[in-house]
Ligand binder design. Structure first.
Ligand code: URA
Length: 440
């Protein structure tokens, strides 16, 4: 007998229910089910509540490698794919799964461009405790995140610039944009196949031929354990390889914030110090490690350390900022109020929780609680001591920056619990920053 709903002409509802039921009962979705449900969701024929139910079934039941690859392909097919062949240079991009103080894109993109690659870097804005690359760059006077595809290509084609950091256009994997917003409010973000396909659909659609993934592990990252980070990295490397994008993943520690600042203009200033040949050792180490991976993926034979040291990366930075309307010489915005948080005893700093520092920067106004909220360019946390450093009572640990000083008491309290000061001479081994490397 023909099911009632089909006879009523509501084939869409019937089919969506059957796709959800297949996954709910632990089955494998066919290629045509995946194509149909993603295409239907993109044009509004599959309702948000149906897609949310399917996402929850995927969170609970998982997806096979074939299903994940097909899901990713369907996400890409929901929009248009960018094309950067014919630039005369290899294209290579980096993606970080997000951490506190992670400003690496800022020195990295011009550095790799100065090594001879074209770097098309589509980036996002911050949400919650992790900052966003576009928010950071927008603290530079005049700098524009939104570019047309033609302008992006023009900048990449200029051999003296060759790097673009901009917002993804509305037509890049639009199904992912809608699905990610839905997952965010339905408790369905935490799924390796959904995260991997979400990230990789955008990177593959962006048209890069090589990709280096920085998968963060630890207290301040999405992935808290090495095993879960490895699982995500493996899924993404496989998706890249299946799509013909040369992909390498590096697992890196995110228990402690990267560098000495978390906040928009504060992180731009720190990135400029790295390009000038200074900056914190961990930021320099990770920038060079990822640059070496990107250069290798692009098939170039050059040591990025030389290019950083002789100022070629800095020249690129200045050109890259100007190409997007920014003034690299304009003074960066400063917050109206500052307050210093000091050590309450003598000893050695043995722990600084990245999540605690990220939340502090967010509360001070550097981040947003909802998409579209404004951010304060000057807000954030300057870090004066890192794990392993000896401190004495009243040594400054942090300087807080904000335009909204009513946040100081809460932030000061939370930062006090984000650090541990152990008795003097307590040994504090420095854990490695780069934990593992995965290739297809
Ligand atoms: N970032 C993304 O782009 N997608 C996810 O699912 C998670 C993080």
């Amino acid at each position: 007998m023909t099911p009632l709903r089909a006879t009523l002409g509501t084939v869409t509802a019937l089919d969506a229910v059957s796709v959800i039921a297949t996954k709910r009962d632990g089955g494998e979705l066919s290629d045509s089910q995946i194509d149909w449900v993603v295409a239907g969701f993109t044009r509004g024929a599959v309702a948000d509540e149906q897609m949310a139910a399917l996402a929850m079934a995927i969170v609970l039941r998982g997806m096979t490698r074939r299903e994940t690859a097909r899901w990713t392909a369907a996400m890409i097919a929901s929009g248009s794919r960018m094309q950067f062949s014919g630039l005369g240079r290899p294209t290579v991009d980096k993606h970080s799964t997000g951490g506190v103080g992670d400003k690496i894109t800022l020195p990295l993109a011009p550095l790799v461009a100065a090594c001879g690659a074209a770097v098309p870097q589509l980036s996002g804005r911050g949400l919650g405790h992790t900052g966003g690359t576009l928010d950071k760059l927008e603290s530079i006077a005049g700098w524009q995140a939104d570019l047309t595809g033609d302008r992006m290509r023009e900048i990449l084609a200029d051999p003296e610039t060759g790097a673009v950091v901009c917002a993804a256009g509305a037509d890049l994997a639009p199904a992912d944009k809608r699905l990610y917003a839905l997952r965010d409010v339905t408790g369905t973000v935490e799924s390796v196949p959904l995260i991997a396909s979400s990230i990789m659909s955008k990177k593959i659609a962006e048209g890069t031929s090589g990709l280096v993934l920085d998968v963060k592990v630890g207290a301040g990252a999405f992935m808290k354990s090495l095993d879960s980070a490895r699982e995500l990295a493996t899924a993404m490397v496989e998706l890249g390889a299946d799509a013909g994008v040369r992909t390498v993943a590096v697992l890196t520690a995110m228990d402690t914030p990267l560098g000495r600042s978390a906040g928009n203009a504060l992180e731009v200033a720190e990135s400029v110090r790295v390009l000038e040949g200074g900056g914190p050792a961990d930021v320099v180490e990770l920038t060079l490690a990822l640059a070496r991976e990107m250069v290798a993926v692009a098939g170039l034979d050059i040591d990025p350390a030389d290019v950083l040291a002789d100022g070629r990366a800095m020249d690129r930075w200045r050109r890259m900022i100007r190409a997007q309307g920014g003034d690299p010489d304009a003074p960066l915005p400063k917050a109206k109020h500052t307050e210093v948080v000091r050590a309450d005893r003598d000893g050695v700093l043995t722990r600084m929780d990245a999540m605690g520092v990220g939340l502090a920067a967010w509360r001070l106004g550097a981040g947003r609680a909802r998409q579209g909220d404004p951010v304060q360019a000057g807000a954030g946390v300057e870090i004066h001591a890192k794990p392993g450093d000896p401190v004495t009572k009243n040594t400054p640990l942090f300087t807080l920056h904000t335009d909204t000083p009513h946040t100081f008491p809460t932030v000061t309290n939370s930062l006090t619990t984000a650090v541990t000061i152990a008795p003097p001479q307590t040994p504090t081994p420095t854990p490695p920053l780069i934990l593992e490397r995965l290739t297809p």
